[in-house]
Design a protein around this ligand. Structure first.
Ligand SMILES: [Mg+2]
Length: 487
């Protein structure tokens, strides 16, 4: 199959507009789709016939009305210009006519300067700032964006009515569907129990082929994928892990990943959502963000002798995140639905803390990561400059688990050190699940999980050791932070 990305035309050098036109010619492209991100984080797009695209467009740009984009310009100064980034060119498989997709930067048509509200520019400035600090020259990000795939979604709010309704054939609430009926569709059983979607085989998991198609499309479009799996949520929750990349590249990749996930789900007659908490009493969809800094090709955050194999720079980085944790919530959990995901019982973080094992906000010895909200990077660097190394977590006899790298959401209740209060905990105290419900993290759920308790039997200890060594081979230092959400 002909690769859909533009890199091979550049053969290692910087991608040029001529390479994009060569890619278009090879694939018989008919339309070009220009994409950029608005303030809330939604990809916007506009199309152009391939006959109207030339190399000048990559320097002169393409005009659009900035006043119609949320958070951008006022009507009196509405004209804005898109500058296509040639390196982002890729064949977009979700159009009838062969279409080339290019991500754009936004600039001012008068001054020709980058637009301050263009999220891509913010990411660019964050990367530039990192170099200026001298601490590192590269930041890697590795987000794990969770999502739900539903069979049906309807909602409305009007003067006389308000409702929402979602449906999933996998969901536990369909166990009794069709009882007593003589006609209609059969109920074939195999419904996933509440909060137990991680991760039984088919016929319980009916979305394996859908996730597989999502991975295939993502790889065709240049995103390196790792695991894909059903997530804890009964009604079709899922996760696709991708290989880490530099901040701006990963920000583009994450937008592309969400685009692919939603459009492949549509192909299968389903609908995908990254909404943080679509279902009451079921796990919400978070986004762990693995982060690491490198300088001259070396991982700045690794020190074998340090706590959790972390260097002083890494601890300072964490200190910055802890210090600015409350402010970061404006980016990491910006909506009511997102903020209300941060409640106990559903693997969401509810404490501002760090630990090498505790999944609520942990620092395990593993791989790098990124959060495409540059405020996180800035806060972390602000911490590094002020040198606020956080207090060491207190060791406690918490449970230890063996998990593959790129693992799952954190457990809610802290069992290791607590370094601060809980900005993610809603005012008025945590909401707890209804009495008698089996919630994730409770003893009824943990019995069937692979665990390696400290001081446990030799089998458990060996399993833990093997798991940790495997992780160490892959990357050196990994930091899993607050479960973040980016729309
Ligand atoms: Mg997960």
């Amino acid at each position: 199959m002909t690769p859909a990305t533009v890199e091979r035309f550049a053969a290692g050098r910087e991608v040029q507009p001529a390479d994009v036109l060569a890619l278009a010619q090879e694939h018989g492209v008919r339309m070009v789709d220009f994409k950029f991100t608005d303030i809330p984080g939604t990809w916007q797009h506009l199309g152009l016939s391939i006959h109207a695209l030339d190399e000048e467009a990559f320097t002169e740009g393409l005009g659009f009305d900035g006043s119609s984009i949320r958070g951008f310009q006022e009507i009196a100064e509405s004209d804005m210009v898109l500058i296509p980034d040639a390196a982002s060119a890729v064949i977009d498989p979700f159009h009838e006519e062969k279409t080339l997709s290019i991500v754009c930067n936004v600039i001012d048509p008068i001054t020709r300067e980058r637009y301050s509200r263009d999220p891509r520019y913010v990411a660019h400035k964050a990367e530039r700032y990192l170099v200026e600090t001298g601490i590192a020259d590269t930041v890697f990000m590795g987000p794990e964006a969770e999502f739900y795939v539903f069979d049906h979604a309807a909602f409305d709010q009007q003067a006389n009515t308000a409702f929402y309704e979602v449906e999933s054939d996998q969901a536990y609430w369909n166990r009794g569907r069709g009882f007593g009926a003589r006609n209609g569709d059969s109920n074939l059983g195999y419904k996933i129990r509440s909060q137990q979607g991680y991760f039984p085989t088919p016929p319980l998991d009916t979305h394996g082929d859908i996730r597989g198609q999502m991975v295939i499309e993502m790889e065709r479009m240049g995103i390196r994928c790792e695991f894909h799996h059903h997530e804890v949520g009964s009604a079709g929750q899922a996760e696709i892990n991708v290989r880490f990349a530099t901040l701006l590249r990963m920000a583009d990749n994450l937008q592309l990943q969400k685009y692919v996930v939603k459009n492949v789900a549509r192909r299968f007659g389903k609908t995908a959502t990254f909404m943080p908490k679509p279902l009451y009493e079921e796990n919400g969809s978070g986004m762990h963000v693995h982060q690491s800094l490198a300088k001259d090709g070396e991982n700045v955050m690794y020190d074998f002798q340090g706590y959790g194999q972390l260097s002083r720079e890494a601890l300072n980085y964490i200190g910055g995140l802890l210090r600015h944790g409350k402010a970061l919530m404006a980016f990491c959990a910006p909506t009511t639905n997102s903020y209300r995901r941060l409640v106990p019982g559903y693997e969401a973080p509810v404490n501002l803390m760090y630990s090498q094992r505790n999944q609520a906000a942990r620092v395990p010895p593993a791989g790098p990561l990124v959060q495409p909200v540059p405020g996180v990077l800035r806060a972390a660097h602000g911490g590094a400059r002020r040198d606020p190394e956080p207090d060491r977590p207190r060791e406690s006899p918490g449970r230890r688990r063996v998990r593959a790298p790129g693992g799952r959401a954190g457990e809610d209740r802290p069992r290791a050190g607590v370094a601060g209060g809980g900005p993610g905990c809603p005012r008025g105290g945590p909401r707890v699940p209804a009495e008698g419900r089996g919630v994730h993290g409770g003893p009824d759920r943990d019995v069937d999980r692979l665990q390696a308790p400290r001081g446990g039997g030799p089998g458990a200890a060996a399993a833990a050791s093997v798991g940790v060594r495997a992780v160490l081979r892959r990357v050196r230092a990994r930091l899993v932070l607050l479960g973040c959400w980016l729309r």
